[in-house]
Ligand binder design. Sequence first.
Ligand SMILES: NC(=O)c1ccc[n+]([C@@H]2O[C@H](COP(=O)([O-])OP(=O)(O)OC[C@H]3O[C@@H](n4cnc5c(N)ncnc54)[C@H](OP(=O)(O)O)[C@@H]3O)[C@@H](O)[C@H]2O)c1
Length: 319
Amino acid sequence: MTSTSTATTPRAGRLDRRVVDWAVADVPDLAGRRAVVTGASAGLGRALAGHLARAGADVVLVARDESRGAVVRDALVAAGVRGRVTVERADLADLGSVERLAERLLTDRVDLDVLVHNAGTGAAARRTTAQGHEVLLATHVLGPHLLSGRLRGALEQGSSPRVVTVGSGLHRLVRTRLDLDDLEGERRYSPARAYVQTKTAGMVVARELDRRLQAAGSPVRSVVAHPGVARTALQSSGTTLAERAVARVLAATMGRDVEQSVLPLLHAATADDVVRDRLLGPGGPRDRTVVTSERHVGALADPAVGAAAWDAVEDAVAG
Ligand SMILES: NC(=O)c1ccc[n+]([C@@H]2O[C@H](COP(=O)([O-])OP(=O)(O)OC[C@H]3O[C@@H](n4cnc5c(N)ncnc54)[C@H](OP(=O)(O)O)[C@@H]3O)[C@@H](O)[C@H]2O)c1
């Protein structure tokens, strides 16, 4: 069975949350397809890469630390996955590194079916990259935007092609208050705010990419999915004791294990009939996660914010 949206969950209210009739067993045979997963050296990216390779896809693990990527590759190969698994080193926060990654990905093969922007970094004190960008912005928005642009032609040669952006449910906190005049956090910066702002900006740009793909008649879809609260290393990030304590409480009370949290991402990456205009996430009791979809709200639903965010990000990437 493949997926379609069905019943509306009554408690979902204005978000119009729907359970998606889909399970891991519905992942199609992905033999012959090629997927690129960033941040595949740990957590959700590692789990997602494993599912894709088991289903037969050739998977490129993008890791900023090649040896950590190699550990994941070796474990998947030892487990006998069907697809070919390779590692490419790239730092998503470094635009030069992203450019070189795109060049290498286009060397052997001109088609690509799935690109997953999963690499992410937790709340941290303000630092800048080689190009002078704030690190969270570069990792969550600028690097992924550049990579999507460079690989768009390859995706257009793919089968049921899509770009999946791993967002965060926290975006609802900002709604339309995305601060496009200070994306770099030069005037106002706090680690937690930077995380929410940059995750939201990444999702807004992904939505705008989808509008542009549709307007151009492209076969590529840009889909946004989030894992809820997942028990990964990212949940122990935070710059202060208080932030780390909040993260620990969140993980203990609301956290799902990685195999449950990855389901919305796996659905987004593989379901032929994935919805492109709704946010995919987890739902249901923590021990029986289902995939849900809900209406986009706030900045994600606003084409004017999307167009302005796109222009701001293009300017930043052009430097
Ligand atoms: N965990 C949650 O509750 C939660 C909730 C909402 C959204 N998310 C999102 O889910 C995604 C995956 O996070 P996770 O929870 O699986 O965290 P994780 O276990 O910390 O994994 C993050 C991955 O991203 C990689 N990464 C970080 N910065 C990078 C960079 N500059 N270049 C290349 N790779 C980089 C890390 O590489 P290293 O192995 O080298 O560190 C790691 O592989 C992130 O986008 C995160 O924002 C997570």
